[in-house]
Design a protein around this ligand. Structure first.
Ligand code: ME8
Length: 510
């Protein structure tokens, strides 16, 4: 058997100036669903997340909290780690930029860029935004602020520069060779036109504060926080040891998932640094949209930040996961609304999915002695429903390959709808007396369809889907996608089933 194909997916590493909120939870959730899907599909997966702990913004937040930066980052980083448990995120590694393994990697990358002639010492004079940790040219400013609305300050200091200007042509060629490097396509167009517009050399060190990784051989300078942060994706694989099993298996990354706010760093600077260092760039950067809260931009000053603990506490974990991934086409902006959440909980989860399972499982409990029924010959309608169930994996796989997570859910729910129509049309409750053999066939076809639905929904609603698989007595070792389809592990007639219990309660307004 050949080695399983690797899949390496990463979240941005989050700044520890702030507690985790819905935006952070969203990005990590998307990565989690992708990672879970690929694991179930037989891939060897590595899913990385972590925290971005250096730079002026974090230093300032630590000062405001009255703590030294290391104590402060230890505390806030821990909250991001707790988010993993809260939302059942299956990350394989959690990197912090204050760890020794990361500092070593960043300094090694720096040295390599110097050796290859891509870094030179100069003087920076220009605008800087601490909030964005980004440099801006005069022409980019809008009413004296960064295009993001963040305040800027004038900075003049000695600085090392990365020869980004030399990478315009190689980047454009790289983009042309990798037409799926950035998704969605509209975002890729933005990147390409930005690079076509010309690139100026990038200041990659600062001297006016200390909280960062020192420049090798010139410790007056600390390395620019974005050069530091982007390196996390390879430091977590053991860079500079590029011969290690970990690095060779997982680099280049299959996918960096980020918010649209940080696309330029990932799609322009990062591949340029890597190409300059002689390291292959990642395969894809997916930039998703931004959430607003009941139509308003989410901000601390407006006091409308959505805390993932509150979401999970109020609506439930599977419900929150489902809503975030289903409500908004992945890549577009979304608006969080209580009413929309309740609609998803009551319609999609309770009525469509939950009811289907509950109806079928309780009929089996009542009429088949609580065992998987023995099917008789299959009728055309049975074959048709099973064919739909068997066709689901390839369709969902295609959607996941382009990070269309909402589409994957739509496809699963199309089968849920199909199965519900089949129950109504076949009316197994009416067959109980008239044709019990036929009733058993119908219930087996339904149970087998529900098995497909539950397995394919595991990446998205892992709690409810596993409880449903428990109720179908699907063994742990059969909970993967190779068990789907007729050649997989269809439910064996006669298997005893536990008493059915609803997996998706309705939302009751208090
Ligand atoms: O940018 N809606 O960290 P950060 C959706 N440290 N997603 C949102 C969001 C919102 N309203 N707000 C934040 C940084 N996000 C750097 C990254 S990577 C090498 C360094 C998500 O803490 C979104 O993924 O500001 C965005 O890209 C990320 O949080 C920014 O997190």
């Amino acid at each position: 058997m050949s080695a399983p194909e690797a899949f390496y997916v990463t979240t941005p590493i989050y700044y520890v100036n702030d507690s985790p909120h819905i935006g952070h939870a969203y990005t990590t959730l998307a990565c989690d669903a992708l990672a879970r899907f690929m694991r179930l599909d037989g891939r060897r997966v590595r899913f990385l997340t972590g925290t971005d702990e250096h730079g002026q913004k974090v230093e300032k937040a630590a000062r405001e909290a009255g703590l030294d930066p290391q104590r402060f980052t230890d505390q806030v980083s821990q909250r991001f780690r707790e988010l993993l448990a809260l939302m059942d995120f299956s990350a394989d590694d959690f990197i912090r930029t204050t760890e020794a393994r990361h500092k070593r990697a960043v300094q090694a990358l720096w040295r390599r860029l110097v050796e290859r002639g891509h870094i030179y010492l100069g003087k920076y004079a220009g605008w800087y935004s601490v909030r964005d940790e980004s440099y801006y040219t005069e022409s980019e400013l809008v009413d004296g602020r960064a295009p993001t609305g963040a305040p800027v300050e004038w900075v003049e200091e000695p600085s090392y520069f990365f020869r980004l200007s030399a990478w315009q042509q190689p980047l454009l060629e790289f983009y042309a060779r990798h037409p799926d490097f950035v998704l969605p396509p509209s975002r890729f167009n933005e990147v390409v036109s930005f690079v076509r517009g010309g690139l100026t050399d990038l200041s990659v060190s600062r001297t006016t504060f200390r909280w960062g990784i020192p420049v090798p051989d010139d410790p007056e300078h600390v390395i620019y926080v974005w050069l530091d942060a982007l390196t996390n994706y390879i430091s977590a694989l053991g860079y500079p040891d590029t011969e290690s099993e970990l690095f060779r298996t997982f680099w280049p990354a299959d996918l960096h998932v980020i918010g649209k706010d940080i696309l330029r760093f990932h799609a322009v600077y990062w591949p340029a640094f890597l190409l300059a260092a002689g390291v292959e760039p990642p395969r894809r950067v997916f930039a998703h949209g931004w959430w607003t809260n009941e139509g308003q931009k989410i901000s601390k000053s407006l006091g409308n930040v959505i805390d993932p603990h509150a979401l999970v506490g109020t609506y439930g974990l599977d419900q929150t996961r489902y809503f975030l991934l289903r409500e908004v086409p992945f890549g577009q902006d979304g608006d969080f609304r209580h009413e929309a959440m309740v609609r998803r909980i009551n319609h999609d989860l309770a009525n469509d999915y939950g009811n289907l399972a509950q109806r079928v499982l309780s009929m089996i409990a009542r009429n088949c002695e609580g065992r998987v029924p023995q099917p008789g010959p299959l009728a055309a309608a049975d074959e048709a429903l099973l064919a739909r169930a068997h066709a689901l994996l390839p369709a969902v796989r295609d959607a996941m390959a382009e990070q269309a997570l909402h589409r994957a859910l739509e496809l699963i729910w199309e089968l849920v709808g199909e199965a519900n129509r089949y129950v109504d049309a076949q009316a197994p409750w009416a067959l109980r007396k008239s044709d019990p053999g036929r009733m058993r066939t119908v219930l087996w076809v339904l149970a087998e369809t529900i098995r497909h639905i539950a397995l394919l929904s595991l990446p998205f609603v892992p709690g409810a889907a596993s409880r449903l698989l428990d109720q179908l007595a699907v063994a742990q070792e059969d909970r993967h996608f190779a068990a789907l389809g007729p050649a997989g592990r269809p439910l064996a007639p006669g298997t005893a089933l536990p008493a059915p219990r609803g997996v998706f309660p309705r939302w009751q307004e208090a």
